[in-house]
Write a protein that binds this ligand. Structure first.
Ligand code: AR6
Length: 176
């Protein structure tokens, strides 16, 4: 697996799938979720709403993932995952965050997706410190790659310079 850190707007990436840091209702929101829905057009919300509810307004519990088409995006698919809200780190946040990456990779593999881009899940509104989140992301990708062929190319798409630096350090590319 080729892992790359890129500072970019994830909605502009021409990859097979982009990952959305969504909420459990999968009904759109702010941050990267809002940007993805704006770029994909109203068809994306319709696809999300068509996914079954596990309980009222819960289509995707924290740590899980769901897949839709990409609608007007360059990406053929959107994989929606729900990261944990940071509560100090003693409430299983790291396991739930790792699960987001793993379950997204699983859906990618099941759908023959070769290239996938992740945003910094939970590192915005949900308050997960990027210094803690980046090593979890990188370790989970590397662990997956030990036993799976797909996806072959993973982009960790960071929006701002600080997040990019922290993810590069986690990947061991700090000096590049
Ligand atoms: N491309 C790449 N990354 C982005 C973009 C973009 N266009 N826009 C923001 N980011 P957040 P969360 C970065 O808040 O913390 C939503 O309202 C951002 O700088 O989008 O998982 C959902 O509906 C940050 O580093 O997601 C949920 O309610 C990262 O994406 C809630 O926010 C994640 O920030 C989810 O919160």
């Amino acid at each position: 697996m080729d892992i790359e850190i890129l500072q970019a707007d994830i909605t502009a990436l021409a990859v097979d799938a982009i990952v959305n840091a969504a909420n459990s209702a999968l009904c759109g929101g702010g941050g990267v979720d809002g940007a993805i829905h704006r770029a994909a057009g109203p068809g994306l919300l319709a696809e999300c709403r068509a996914l079954p509810e596990i309980e009222p307004e819960v289509r995707c519990p924290t740590g899980q993932a769901r897949i839709t088409r990409g609608c007007r995006l360059h990406a053929r698919h959107v994989i929606h995952t729900v990261g944990p809200v940071w509560g100090g780190g003693h409430d299983g946040e790291a396991d739930l965050l790792a699960s987001c990456y793993r379950e997204s990779l699983r859906l990618a593999e099941d759908n023959n997706i070769d290239s996938i881009a992740f945003p910094a899940i939970s590192c915005g509104v949900y308050g997960y410190p990027v210094e803690s989140a980046a090593p979890v992301a990188v370790a989970t990708l590397r662990e997956w790659a030990q036993t799976h062929e797909r996806p072959r190319r993973v982009i960790l798409c960071c929006y701002d310079a600080r997040t990019t630096t922290v993810f590069r350090e986690a990947l061991g590319n700090g000096g590049d």
